[in-house]
Design a protein around this ligand. Structure first.
Ligand SMILES: [Zn+2]
Ligand SMILES: [Zn+2]
Length: 347
């Protein structure tokens, strides 16, 4: 734990009092040193909190006031590079570095760039979304995985009503994909996982999956063939972390002319036995998905506020800041007997 001074707030920026921060699989990769990060950093890029200080110009631009509760987007785009002005601000390269909460070093003033903290600096280019203060903070931070579900499982692959979708991996983003696909009117949702994922697979069915497959006991291709009357899946989304075999599986499970969205990062490791001809012959559309964007965060927040889904079933652990390390190890299944899905840190 470290103490940092609170910054002076000017006309264009603000200060957030963090109520909760969601924990992401990438936080564990950062913790292990697998991601290129300049230390020291305050981790945490899925924060929700109350605005406690705000400049006049920032209030006007963001349409918020002191006291409002907001969810803060991970990326802090420059606003001027080609990607920013063409709307793909997720791919901003104006800063020549990963300019994002949870990744900027404490050495970059004013240092409060992470959600594992009591306060977060709201930089002039930060993107904030108002969220109902009546929602429990640890549920409100689900805006991030749910936003990913809407973008990766629905918007990017253009999942249409009646389409079939296979979700590889029943973690928080897999379950969020099930909810998003359900909301989009998917015809058939299949979720795959391991024997150790039994509880998550049961939850996937509860949230709207039509069928789940334990790939250690059952052939997923056979299961998807049965579930889709032999057509195979219109869309396959891979949200498994580290599992390189899932990429080949995704290609196998998609129908001819189908779409595969790769959103789970692999460590980074190469894919053994990868045959690009499979993509050619099946005329697959292969997409990489990294992060969420404004509209999909909005969709996620409106869904949370609707109370339509039992989201508290996805949220399994709330831990204090002091237990950040344990929270990361829990998410990575390093604590025997504990099965975590979504974890929030609360200062
Ligand atoms: Zn994340
Ligand atoms: Zn930019």
């Amino acid at each position: 734990m470290r103490e940092l001074p609170l910054p002076e707030i000017g006309p264009e920026d603000g200060l957030l009092q963090v109520e909760a921060c969601g924990i992401c699989g990438s936080d564990y990769e950062q913790f292990q040193g697998a991601l290129p990060v300049r230390f020291p950093v305050i981790p945490g890029h899925e924060p929700v909190g109350r605005i406690v200080e705000l400049g006049d110009e920032a209030a006007r631009r963001w349409g918020v006031q002191v006291g409002d509760r907001v969810a803060v987007e991970t990326l802090i785009p420059c606003g001027f590079c080609r990607n920013c002005v063409s709307g793909a601000y997720r791919l901003c390269n104006g800063h020549k570095r990963m300019n994002a909460y949870g990744y900027l070093s404490v050495d970059v003033p004013p240092g409060l760039w992470g959600g594992y903290s009591q306060y977060l600096y709201l930089e002039p280019h930060a993107l904030v979304h108002r969220i109902d203060p009546g929602i429990k903070p640890e549920i409100a931070v689900l805006f991030n995985p749910l936003g990913a579900g809407f973008r990766w499982a629905v918007e990017m692959p253009r999942l249409a009503p009646g389409d079939s979708i296979v979700v590889l991996g029943p973690g928080q983003r897999g379950l969020a994909s099930v909810i998003a696909a359900r909301e989009a009117g998917a015809g058939c949702i299949v979720v795959t996982g391991l024997a150790a994922d039994e509880r998550k697979l049961a939850l996937a069915r509860e949230l709207g999956a039509d069928r789940t497959v334990n790939v250690e006991e059952e052939d997923p291709a056979q299961a998807v063939r049965e579930a889709t009357a032999g057509r195979m899946a219109d869309v396959v989304v891979d949200v498994t972390a580290y599992a390189t075999a899932a990429v080949n599986q995704a290609i196998d499970l998609a129908r001819r002319g189908g779409t595969v969205v790769l959103a789970g990062t692999k460590g980074p490791k190469p894919i053994p036995d990868f045959l690009s001809d499979r993509i050619v012959v099946k005329e697959l559309t292969l997409m990489g998905a990294f992060g969420v964007d404004y509209d999909n965060y909005e969709r996620a927040i409106r869904l949370i506020e609707s109370g339509k889904y039992p989201l508290e079933r996805i949220h399994t652990h709330t831990l204090p800041l002091e237990e950040a390390e344990r929270a990361l190890r829990l998410l990575a299944r390093e604590e025997p007997g504990e099965e975590a899905i979504h974890i929030a840190l609360v200062p």
